[in-house]
Write a protein that binds this ligand. Structure first.
Ligand code: SAH
Length: 344
């Protein structure tokens, strides 16, 4: 089997290329081609001999995608990409322009097995984990297509990153490698539905990204009814793990809360959410739920949202409303993929 060299650290690449009978410094050149210049072919690697390029072609492959579809929002320029992987799997990534730079939202799995009731990514279950190179390539492919430099990455597309833990760690180390894409770790956010032992392991990795917890409910019973994973981890245990993450990394936690009409947007819930997070160095990201055809959750009206925000504010909870980007382009996680899977 050919080697997935785009998923290898420079040190691993050195060992691999030595096994091919080459000098280790060739690995540094190769690494720079893969992650610095983001090469799409061996032929463009002009400082490697023709002979070595031939050898590489025989022994390795370069992860690459075809763009199956691209939808650009007329409202805000947000782009949603549907990529086809080498094995035919489809994944989505989103390109967003902000005042602070360019942000890409990547998928960590093809599909998802977490089963959140409001989410489209999980409708067809988990197809498979993505490799580190497939996570990187979502960013590289978008940079090539848009000719823009990506500054921020959010691992908030389809999939549960901590259900694909090893590959996600590998991805984070590669994307932030200064000899490679050199993305600032401070500009990366990883979002999880709350797998406690993985949150703790992640804190121990010493990769200081922003961690976002998909909370969506301030109490156990309601959270369980929305997110099957909550049956496995009690809410106080999840929050305690997030507190430990903050203690270890000093990165302010983000709590995501998708407002669903008549479900989790009452005054009572706003008070409970405030009590849960009171005194924490935390930020609440409110997201009006993106209605998914197969699900019957609706976005609350402006008045209800404003009332919810006001209560958080009164209680001194730091909260912002997420900009809803790309509503006209199947913006929510997994929407485009599930629509195309249905059509084909
Ligand atoms: N599995 C991870 C990351 C992917 S989902 C997680 O659960 O955090 C990224 C965020 O979008 C999560 O907070 C998720 O709950 C939320 N989300 C999923 N479907 C949504 C929808 N229809 N409307 C609004 N937010 C949604």
């Amino acid at each position: 089997m050919k080697a997935d060299i785009k998923s290898l650290y420079e040190e691993e690449l050195k060992a691999w290329i030595s096994d091919l009978g080459e000098k280790p410094y060739r690995a540094s050149q190769l690494f720079a081609w893969l992650h610095g210049k983001k090469a799409v072919s061996f032929d463009e690697m002009s400082n490697l001999s023709k002979e070595l390029r031939g050898k590489l072609k025989e022994e390795a492959f370069l992860t690459g995608f075809t763009i199956r579809r691209m939808q650009e929002s007329k409202e805000d320029g947000t782009r949603k990409y549907l990529f086809e992987l080498a094995d035919g799997n489809l994944i989505e990534s989103v390109f967003m322009r902000y005042h602070h730079g360019i942000s890409v939202c990547i998928s960590s799995q093809a599909g998802c097995r977490m089963g959140c009731r409001f989410c489209a990514s999980t409708l067809n279950g988990l197809s498979r984990n993505l490799t580190a190179s497939e996570m990187l390539e979502q960013i590289y492919a978008i940079e090539r297509d848009t000719k823009e430099r990506v500054s921020h990455v959010v691992v908030m597309g389809s999939g549960e990153p901590f259900d694909n833990y090893e590959n996600v760690i590998r991805f984070l180390k590669l994307i932030s490698d200064e000899k490679g894409a050199n993305l600032s770790i401070r500009n990366i956010t990883v979002s999880t539905c709350g797998i406690v032992e993985k949150i703790d392991a992640f804190a121990d990795e010493d990769i200081k990204v922003t961690l976002a917890l998909s909370l969506h409910a301030p109490e156990q019973a309601l959270r369980e009814s929305l997110m099957p994973i909550a049956r496995r981890y009690q809410l106080p245990d999840v929050i305690a793990a997030c507190d430990r993450y903050f203690d270890r990394t000093h990165r302010r936690m983000t709590y995501e809360y998708a407002l669903m009409n008549g479900i989790n947007d009452s005054e009572e819930m706003a008070e409970k959410l405030s009590a849960l997070l009171k005194g924490k160095n935390a930020h609440v990201n409110l997201i009006p739920v993106n209605p998914v055809e197969e699900r019957d959750f609706l976005t609350p009206d402006k008045g209800r949202i404003a009332r919810f925000c006001k209560i958080l504010e009164k209680n001194g909870i730091n909260a912002t409303m997420r900009r809803t980007a790309g509503k006209d382009i199947d913006g929510a996680c997994g929407q485009l993929r599930s629509r195309i899977l249905r059509e084909t």
